[in-house]
Design a protein around this ligand. Sequence first.
Ligand code: NAD
Length: 267
Amino acid sequence: MRTIKQMLSMEGRVAVITGGCGHIGRAIAEGLAEQGCNLLLIDRVEDALKATSSVLGERWDVQVEGLAVDLENAEARVSVAPFIRERFGRADVLVNNAGFVGDSKMTGWVVPFEEQSIETWRRAVEVNVTAGFHLSQLLAPMLREHRCGSIVNVASIYGLLGPDMSLYDRTEMGNPAAYAVSKGGLIQLTRWMSTVLAPDIRVNCVSPGGVARNQPQVFVDKYVTRTPLKRMGEEDDFKGAVLYFSSDISAWVTGQNLVVDGGWSAW
Ligand SMILES: NC(=O)c1ccc[n+]([C@@H]2O[C@H](COP(=O)([O-])OP(=O)(O)OC[C@H]3O[C@@H](n4cnc5c(N)ncnc54)[C@H](O)[C@@H]3O)[C@@H](O)[C@H]2O)c1
């Protein structure tokens, strides 16, 4: 019988994390590196990748590399598999974490329904679903090789639930249809791939609730009141869920969506 410690160990394995320099991606990377996992971080900005990789590599004594890829660009995504093969020789885990979250200044994004643009819709779908689909396809042959392959998609509670727009009153924040629909698509892609890629590769999803990021107090107050555990999320809240799905401790779990939201979706 294996111990819990052995089942949670990621020693000798390689995880690819998209959006690895972002808030949640970085926390996921720390969690996997702490368990001995080597990492390929994918993000847009070379300098941020270099800085994050060197800090994590030194802190956890694992191999950490960075690769700048614009995930909106299909041709750029194709560079990922050869890079992993050359630098690591294997890939065991793919975490599709990068997200098109937009911002309030973007045209056609945080605006009333009638003004939400097809262009931003397409960009959100490209990053939030198509890139995850494409990278899973590109890495599947490698993920199959060592019989411990795992894909973990990072979706959102808004892939499951409709928005309550009154939360955003008196703020510049919003909740565009394309974000919700693309995250819903990622949750369904998880189920679809889980049966099709079985038994060689497990595919699961983590759906975060809202994370504290200096949002306006009026929004935070409403959000916390509506959350059973009475606070917004923190980056560390997602480490355990992603480690669970990445490691052998969830060896008989596939096709699931773990909602990490302080209970937001429970009522
Ligand atoms: N923050 C929240 O409240 C929240 C809630 C639910 C779900 N999520 C999801 O969690 C994931 C991580 O979010 P976060 O809060 O860490 O956001 P973040 O903006 O801090 O990090 C996202 C990272 O993805 C990268 N990225 C975005 N588009 C990219 C592209 N085209 N090519 C390459 N890299 C790209 C960004 O550079 C960034 O480093 C996202 O998928 C997001 O939708 C976040």
